[in-house]
Write a protein that binds this ligand. Structure first.
Ligand code: HEC
Ligand code: HEC
Length: 140
């Protein structure tokens, strides 16, 4: 009886140790551009920035299962998410080329001069004509 208990205890502690050390799954499953070890807080604030910049909700780029009421943020099923990745590369590229980082600054990818908002200004498709002109014409 005592022996069985000890063996069981040993087994349980092994499993527990293994769970906390060996299998430490990455928090996010499908990051191709953002740093894979990004903190949850940093990722949240970036996603918040995308949503506000485009004037959309998370579901614009991410898959929501209506029946189960669950999100699959890692899924690449929506074309908007794929476009967003290209936009991230473009934005990073503009910043790297025309607004080079100061030496010694960490987390460059998170510090940007040109952002999604610079172009989008709260619209999913940026306005490509000066609106003031149209308004002033219609006011006449
Ligand atoms: C304009 C599109 C867009 C919007 C809006 C958006 N996301 Fe994302 N999200 C992305 C892209 C693109 C990635 C993948 C980034 C990469 O590959 O590095 C991503 C990745 C994620 C991930 C990581 C998933 C994983 O496991 O790989 C989470 C979590 C996430 N978004 C949450 C949110 C939440 C919550 C919102 C709403 C507040 C939101 N996103 C709004 C485009 C968007
Ligand atoms: C230099 C300007 C510029 C920047 C910066 C920019 N975008 Fe865009 N984006 C555009 C333009 C222009 C379009 C519309 C393209 C078209 O009409 O096909 C667009 C379209 C999109 C679309 C598709 C919208 C739709 O309804 O089809 C997504 C998603 C998007 N951008 C996400 C982003 C995200 C996320 C960022 C920041 C990482 C970003 N964009 C930064 C100019 C920009």
């Amino acid at each position: 009886m005592k022996k069985t208990f000890l063996i069981l205890l040993g087994f349980i502690s092994f499993i527990t140790l293994a769970a906390f050390t060996t299998f430490d799954p990455p928090k996010f499953k499908n990051l191709k551009i953002l740093p894979k070890d990004i903190s949850e807080q940093a990722l949240d604030s970036i996603m918040e920035h995308y949503s506000i910049s485009l004037g959309v909700k998370c579901g614009f780029c991410h898959v929501h299962n209506e029946l189960r009421k669950t999100w699959d943020m890692a899924s690449d099923a929506k074309s908007e998410k794929l476009i967003a990745r290209k936009m991230m590369l473009m934005t990073n590229g503009i910043n790297a080329k025309y607004f080079p980082p100061e030496k010694g600054v960490k987390d460059q990818q998170l510090i940007q001069t040109i952002t999604c908002y610079t172009c989008h200004k709260g619209e999913a498709i940026p306005v490509d004509m000066p609106q003031a002109k149209e308004d002033s014409l219609s006011n006449k």
